[in-house]
Every structure is written in structure tokens, then in C-alpha cells.
Design a protein around this ligand. Structure first.
Ligand code: NAD
Length: 476
């Protein structure tokens, strides 16, 4: 049975309760884990607060050295960790390997910043004084993570937090705790001091983290409704929050685009991770002359995405993570079809004995999806893509911005002026121009509108795990 990680203890829940983690491809039990609650979060927060007193005072170059060593130890275990992630989450082994690799690389990327980001000197009017702005870690930080990318989304929070000298109470999604535990254990084995990152498990631990008085900042990746609840609860104690929430990323393809490259990026953008991605291509707007050739290429690509158990090497798309999640996407596709949309590809469940026990679904591409259909107005968190023909860039930009969300966006065109307009007018935290939707470590990532606020990745994320303090030295 897996256990929580609280300081040096590998511990069960105080209540003794447990729950099962199941494989979305087979329904089999992967492991039993502690069902933690407020009491466990309290122990973890106390442990993190104790660790903060030493971790925050370490010389930053020493912190960097420890984190690099810990990351190397974790990266040496990618092949061990990837199958654990596939079994609990459903994604293919290739996708799990990429994710586990990104976890370790992210820790190393932020370790590099630990002794490089600094405050500043400010000249003051009285020349016998001088001013400084110093940056200090915040304290204990809460990290709350969803199930779609359990490792990268945990690293996005843990890596900048600990590099800046904070300590963490981390809560993975209830259905995907196991690979996260393995990653944190590997960091500790590689030299990360006990108590710097603590892991609590169970659905009730999220709210307990947000409400705990010792925890000073909350970083959540989750749905928009959860973001609203977390922000309201965090407001009670005036905690800082970073909210990475839902998205419905538009993609515009103009007639002069490189359609082969666009088709590849759209296919990866929509179908990677069985469509369960925040940054993705979720609404596609295509100019008239590009429409038919692009659809042909997209259908050809979708037809090669063989669904299957993520552990089988010929599977190209794992199952959906849960039954509810699959039912939601199927209902969104049905709503579009009932309103008159046409399925260009897929839209059902794959047939065969190997699919009967898992939450498998075929990739789907739909055209003529009418205005007001759920696929346009809601987040589609699965492998289904609504497509619409547009006359020109004006229409594309208007439709792209007609959404409550503002996470990512992309445009494919050979025209620099069109690209420039899209960059300035698309209401989103990220715009890719003729490029695959990869969230780079180097660039700040975060949404606008109902997709949340605050940044992960980049120097900006590191800064958000520090507080500035002004200092005046007199009589100098
Ligand atoms: P969710 O909001 O249901 O849960 C996310 C996490 O929050 C889980 O660990 C959950 O236990 C916890 N949680 C739920 N209610 C809480 C509460 N009241 N207080 C504290 N914690 C609480 O989301 P999900 O279904 O696990 O994940 C899918 C959602 O995440 C999608 O909307 C997706 O777009 C979004 N997402 C966003 C990004 C991004 O970076 N913007 C990345 C990936 C996923």
C-alpha cells in the first residue's frame, strides 16, 4: 500500500481510511492509498513550516546544488516511473516518459535560478541612506494538482517554490497519486531534505490546504469552478493564489498556411493525452480555400491514432481517465450532432474485447457545428474537435475571442501582418504562430479571463514564489 510523505514519515491517514486507485484501461486496482483529511494536512503543514526554518536560510547556491542532485536522481528513474503513471492515468508509455522527464528537467531548470534571481539597489534622495529591495521566500506553499498531467503540473509548482526557498504541501489528484509519490521519493532519495516537500492524499485534503493557517500561498491547476471556490476560501486568510484553470483554445488556419505543419500541430494539440489537456486545440477556424485539404489531412491523422492500453507499444491513444469524463465528452459530441453537426471522423467507442473494461473513445472531428453548441461554449476535455469555415482573419479573431476562456491560442499563416494582428488581438495567455503548442520552461504560462491568473514556468514563476521587502539603511 502506498503511503503519504510527511517529513521523514511514510504514513497512513490519521483516520486509517484508504481508497483504491484504478487503471482506466482495465478497471483493475493499481494500489490502495491513504484517504487523508484535515488532520493529515495539519501534520504536513507543521512539517513544512519546520523545514522552512532551515531550507529558507540555506545559501542559494547550496540549494541549487541539492536540487540538481535530487533532479538527477529522479531523472535516472524515468523508466521506472513512466509505467506507474500509465497504469493510474491511462496515457501511453511514450506520453508518460515525456511527462516524467519534464518533471525532473523542471526541477533542474528552476534550480539554476536559485542563486541567479536577485533584488536591487535603489538610490534614495537622502544620500546618507540607501535603499534595497530584497526578495524573500513566502513560507509554506500549497500545490493542488489535477489528474491530466499529474507530474508536469506538480513540478510547475514545486520546482519554483523550493528553488526560491519555500517548502510545500502537495496534493495530487485523488485518482493519480502514485507516480507523484515516486517522483518526490526520488528527489528525497537524491538529497532533498525531508519536510521540504510533503505529499498528502485524498479528495478532502485540497480544501484543508487552502484553509490551513500555516500555508501562505496556494497554486491550483484545476477547473474554473474549483478555481472560484479556492479563491473565495483563500480570501478568508488573504492568501496569495495562482490559478491555472480551464481553457478552450482557438486555432485559426488561413489560406496561405503550411497545411502539412498545421495538420500535425492540430492533431497533436487536440489528441495528445487523449485530448485531456488544458493547452490544446479545442476550436478550429479554417479559411475557405484551406478547408478541404486540411480536413483531409486531419482525418488521415486521426485514423492512425489507435486507441489502446497505454502499456501496449502499438497504442497511440490511451483511454479517457474516468467514466464520467468520457460521458461528458460523448454528451458534448451528441449535443453538436443533435443540433445538425456532421461527424467527419470517429465519435463512437472502439469495438473489441480489449476495450470493454476501459474508458476508451475514438478521436472525433466535427464540422458544421452550429453556434451555441456545447463544443463551442464549454471546455471539451477529450479528443473531439469542432471545426468551422471562416471567410477571413476578422471572422476568425471574432470567433476565437468569443469564449469565456483565455488560456492558449494559435494561428497558422504565411502572412506576417496577419500573424502580428493575431498576436495583438487574441485574448489568451499564449499565442503560437506556426508552432506546436508546447509550454516551454523558459516562457511564462498562464491564462486570462476565466482561465485564471498568475504564471507558471519562466523567471516569472520563480518571482511569484518570492515576496519583495524594501530596506532602508541609514547613516551610511
Ligand atoms: P478539478 O478542479 O476537479 O480538481 C483539480 C484539483 O483540485 C484536484 O486535486 C482536486 O482534488 C482539487 N480540488 C477540488 N475541489 C477543491 C476545493 N474546493 N478546494 C481545494 N482543492 C480542490 O479539476 P480536474 O477535473 O482534476 O482537472 C481538469 C481541469 O483542470 C480542466 O478544467 C482543465 O482545463 C484544468 N487544467 C488546467 C490547466 C492549466 O494549466 N490552466 C492544466 C491542466 C488542467
Amino acid at each position: 500500500m502506498a503511503t503519504m510523505i510527511i517529513e521523514s514519515e511514510r504514513t497512513k491517514a490519521a483516520s486509517g481510511k484508504t481508497y483504491e486507485v484504478r487503471n482506466p484501461a482495465t478497471g483493475e486496482v493499481v494500489d490502495e492509498v491513504p484517504f487523508g483529511d484535515v488532520a493529515d494536512v495539519d501534520r504536513a503543514a507543521q512539517a513544512a513550516a519546520k523545514a522552512f526554518t532551515t531550507w529558507s536560510k540555506l545559501a542559494p547556491n547550496k540549494r541549487a546544488e541539492i536540487l540538481h542532485k535530487a533532479a538527477r536522481n529522479m531523472l535516472a528513474k524515468v523508466e521506472e516511473i513512466a509505467p506507474i503513471l500509465t497504469k493510474e492515468q491511462g496515457k501511453t508509455l511514450l506520453e508518460s516518459r515525456i511527462e516524467a522527464q519534464r518533471f525532473g528537467e523542471n526541477i533542474a531548470w528552476f534550480a539554476d535560478l536559485a542563486d541567479k534571481v536577485h533584488g536591487e539597489h535603489v538610490a534614495l534622495p537622502d544620500t546618507t541612506t540607501y535603499g534595497l529591495v530584497v526578495r524573500r521566500p513566502i513560507g509554506v506553499c500549497g500545490a493542488i494538482v489535477p489528474w491530466n498531467f499529474p507530474l508536469t503540473l506538480a513540478a510547475n509548482k514545486v520546482a519554483p517554490a523550493i528553488a526560491a526557498g519555500n517548502t510545500v504541501v502537495l496534493k495530487p489528484a485523488s485518482t493519480t497519486p502514485l507516480a507523484t509519490l515516486a517522483c518526490i521519493e526520488a528527489l528525497i532519495e537524491g538529497g532533498l531534505p525531508e519536510g521540504v516537500v510533503n505529499v498528502v492524499l485524498g479528495p478532502a485534503t485540497g480544501d484543508a490546504i487552502v484553509g490551513h493557517p500555516l500555508i501562505r500561498k496556494i497554486a491550483l491547476t484545476g477547473s474554473t469552478p474549483t478555481g472560484r471556490k479556492v479563491m473565495a476560501r483563500a480570501a478568508e486568510a488573504l492568501k496569495k493564489v495562482t490559478l491555472e484553470l480551464g481553457g478552450s483554445d482557438p486555432c485559426i488556419v488561413l489560406d496561405d498556411a503550411d497545411l502539412e505543419a498545421a495538420a500535425r500541430a492540430i492533431s497533436v494539440g487536440r489528441f495528445f493525452n487523449c485530448g485531456q489537456a488544458c493547452l490544446a486545440v479545442k476550436r478550429l477556424y479554417v479559411q475557405e480555400a484551406a478547408y478541404a485539404p486540411l480536413m483531409e489531412k486531419l482525418v488521415a491523422r486521426a485514423s492512425k491514432l489507435k486507441p489502446g492500453n497505454g502499456l501496449d507499444k502499438d497504442s497511440r491513444m490511451g483511454p479517457m481517465h474516468t467514466e464520467t469524463q468520457r460521458a461528458e465528452v460523448e454528451a458534448q459530441v451528441k449535443d453538436a450532432v443533435d443540433r445538425g453537426a456532421k461527424l467527419l471522423y470517429g465519435g463512437g467507442r472502439p469495438k473489441g474485447a480489449e476495450y470493454e473494461k476501459g474508458w476508451f473513445i475514438e478521436p472525433a472531428i466535427l464540422e458544421n457545428v452550429p453556434d451555441g453548441a456545447r463544443m463551442w461554449t464549454e471546455e471539451v476535455f477529450g479528443p473531439a474537435l469542432p471545426v468551422r469555415k471562416i471567410k477571413d482573419l476578422d471572422e476568425g479573431l471574432r470567433l476565437a475571442n468569443d469564449s469565456q476562456f483565455g488560456l492558449g491560442s494559435s494561428i497558422w499563416t504565411g502572412n506576417m501582418a496577419a500573424a502580428r494582428r493575431a498576436v495583438s488581438e487574441l485574448e489568451a495567455g499564449y499565442t503560437w504562430v506556426n508552432a506546436l503548442q508546447i509550454a516551454h520552461d523558459e516562457l511564462p504560462f498562464g491564462g486570462t479571463k476565466q482561465s485564471g491568473f498568475g504564471k507558471e514556468h519562466g523567471v516569472e514563476a520563480f518571482l511569484q514564489y518570492t515576496e519583495e521587502k524594501s530596506v532602508v539603511y541609514g547613516g551610511v
